[in-house]
Design a protein around this ligand. Structure first.
Ligand code: PMV
Length: 331
């Protein structure tokens, strides 16, 4: 059957990294300084429709429940250019996107956003790519977006060039019934975007020490996953998150993503450990805290968090499949 319209819609989850990515070998291609490992999040998703059309003089990019800045639109247009070039398509595109989570919550919108944009635009352009090729393209849009393409628990290989820095699934979502209780805290902090923040990673005296330990951390993570050793998983997740923030805080100029609520939750987690509740924290480039626990402890963790009084919103995520196409379009 020949395709009559150049239109497609994709949905993609955000992901939370258990071993984090912070720093690039190549800024333009977004090749990372280290491999990273993540879980896709069921309740933090982006849906995007892309239509290439000869009736457009320029890309028209908008969102259903938020407003994109000119800079954000330009970055998306640039990503469309990469796909247009690959598909030999010369048409401008209309793009409409919708997040399941409110803007400003910092719930990794760039990962789900660029994964959904990549899958929708590739399909709309008529290209037929493998999952590996899709992860490489998504990576060029936003590094962590490559981990939102494959299913479940995903490893992004460090690689040495664009072709061998890709993401692949190590386990499907139902392999381990984990929860990410995403705790959204109020913040009036000015956010340093991850692209900008990590461009100065080399200024941290602790970067080399972090990088040195990373290959063995990835190995430890893989062993933990074969054994499903939750305590070891939690300890490693916390260790790597704190490690990354130590690098961020010791860059020049320093970046402190935590606020007082972040710290309050971290201290509370240590107290809950002491009381015998197995829950661990991990934090990305913002003040929100992801609490990782097993399904059996989800309710207890949510109750404890609610009692804290510093929380705006709680989103409970299960492990999820990766990006995919949808039949229903946003326009
Ligand atoms: O790909 P970016 O620019 O969204 O960077 C993501 C960086 C962290 O979220 C802080 C860590 C990670 O590996 O997800």
């Amino acid at each position: 059957m020949t395709k009559t319209t150049m239109k497609a819609t994709a949905i993609a989850p955000a992901n939370i990294a258990f071993i984090k990515y912070w720093g690039k070998q190549d800024e333009k291609l977004r090749l990372p300084l280290n491999a990273s490992f993540s879980m896709n999040l069921s309740e933090a998703v982006t849906t995007t429709t892309v239509e290439f059309s000869k009736n457009l003089a320029t890309d028209e990019i908008s969102a259903v429940n938020e407003v994109f800045s000119e800079k954000e639109k330009q970055r998306m247009s640039k990503h469309l250019d990469v796909i247009r070039k690959k598909a030999r398509v010369n048409l401008q595109a209309k793009v409409v996107t919708k997040n399941s989570f409110p803007k400003g919550t910092g719930a990794a919108a760039s990962a789900s956003g660029f994964a959904a944009l990549t899958v929708a635009a590739v399909s709309a352009s008529g290209l037929s790519l493998s999952e590996k090729e899709l992860t490489i393209l998504a990576r060029i849009g936003s590094g962590s977006a490559c981990r939102s393409i494959p299913d479940g628990f995903v490893l992004w290989e460090r690689g040495t060039d664009s072709e061998n820095s890709f993401a692949h699934s190590l386990y499907p979502p139902d392999y381990w019934d984990l929860r990410d209780v995403l705790v959204i805290v109020a913040s009036d902090m000015k956010k340093v975007l991850s692209t900008e923040g990590m461009s100065r990673v080399q200024t941290s005296p602790f970067l080399q020490s972090r990088l040195h330990g990373l290959p063995s951390k990835i190995k430890r993570m893989l062993t933990i996953f074969t054994k499903k050793d939750f305590a070891a998983l939690g300890n490693l997740i916390e260790e790597d998150s704190l490690n990354m923030h130590a690098v961020m805080m010791t860059q020049s100029p320093p970046i402190f993503y935590w606020n007082s609520a972040t710290l309050e939750i971290m201290h509370a987690v240590y107290e809950w450990h002491a009381q015998g509740l197995p829950v661990y924290f991990t934090i990305d480039a913002g003040p929100n805290v992801h609490l990782i626990c097993e399904a059996k402890d989800e309710q207890k963790v949510v109750e404890k968090v609610r009692q804290l009084g510093v929380v705006n919103e709680i989103v409970v995520n299960k492990p999820s499949k990766g990006a995919g196409l949808l039949n229903q379009h946003l326009f």
